[in-house]
Write a protein that binds this ligand. Sequence first.
Ligand code: AMP
Ligand code: MG
Length: 362
Amino acid sequence: MKHQRKRQILCLCMAGIIAGSIGLTGCGNQVAQVHGDSTITEQQEETKVEVSVFAMDTFMKITAYGAQAEEAVKAAELEIERLDQLLSAGSADSEVGKLNQNGEGTCTADVAYLLERSLELNQATGGAFNVMMYPLMEEWGFVGDVYAVPSQETIDGLLPLTDVSNVFYDPEQRMVRFGKEGMKIDFGGIAKGYTSARIMEIFDQYDIVSGIVNLGGNVQVKGKKTDGTDWRVGIQNPEQEGKYLGILQVSDKAVITSGGYERFFEEDGVRYHHILNPETGKPARSGLSSVTIVSSDGTLADGLSTSLFVMGREKAEQYWREHSDEFEAVLVTEDGTLYLTEGLEPQFESKAGAVHVITQQK
Ligand code: AMP
Ligand code: MG
């Protein structure tokens, strides 16, 4: 994550609502109040504020509607900046950077929360989610963009440093210690989902009932659109940038995707991407080209998109069957076939033909 951040656009749209007609226009809402036998349409000024920033190595867009939209978006921007500075593994003076240099430390509340969630997910996913992969991320060159395929010997030498059982964490004191020299933590697989979840909390503080954040393709929405319909979120076609495999209609949900196409390099005709299989220390080759998770918990959605990508389709389906109260998923296999968990069926519009539905009963 880089600290370079740019505020790109600030579009302020004040919409005064036409009294007398009930409905929704542009970026405004109106409130109808019934007094006795007459209906008075109260004029309400609804503001749309949208801002694009570059942070956490990606372009982000925050949109909020409401009387306090500007304050909410400003607070959201500050929160992104704060979390970027805290969580950036690539920066020596971030909290995570210092933990990695010292091999131990006391965590602030955000880092403690992420560490606890990450350790839980590591257990729940049978090790597929592993925030200790950083030494291997460095060796593959995904840190600093100096890509190279490491030798098997190098990988074997680094794998012991990714063993989560060597992370000693005391939740009472929020103290963490890495048991082996050279172990390093990296919340890259979960930080954006946590950030969008935090922005939803900020939206609540400012009474924003309608809003959306897009953090480099990871989306989380507050409520519905101002016209009362669900937000429409496109599922990226892993093979064709800017093209969608389908549209999901959602409200109050995070829609978070992991895919090998997001970051990769090629050597000798082979593609190597940034999601590592903790068992092999190499890019996960599970037969999936992307996984999208839909959940009201953004942090979980991000952690699980990475985890299910590592697991592959069959294990991912089984994981969903055991946790179907927590999330829904869209899986795309390398041959382009689309699988959807059954809860999403009414909300999904396919642009790519047939869809296979994953049901609770096999
Ligand atoms: P995402 O795009 O959410 O799937 O996250 C990918 C990022 O998570 C990578 O760039 C790494 O920083 C980190 N990562 C890679 N492999 C794993 C893994 N198996 N578990 C957790 N984080 C990982
Ligand atoms: Mg993730």
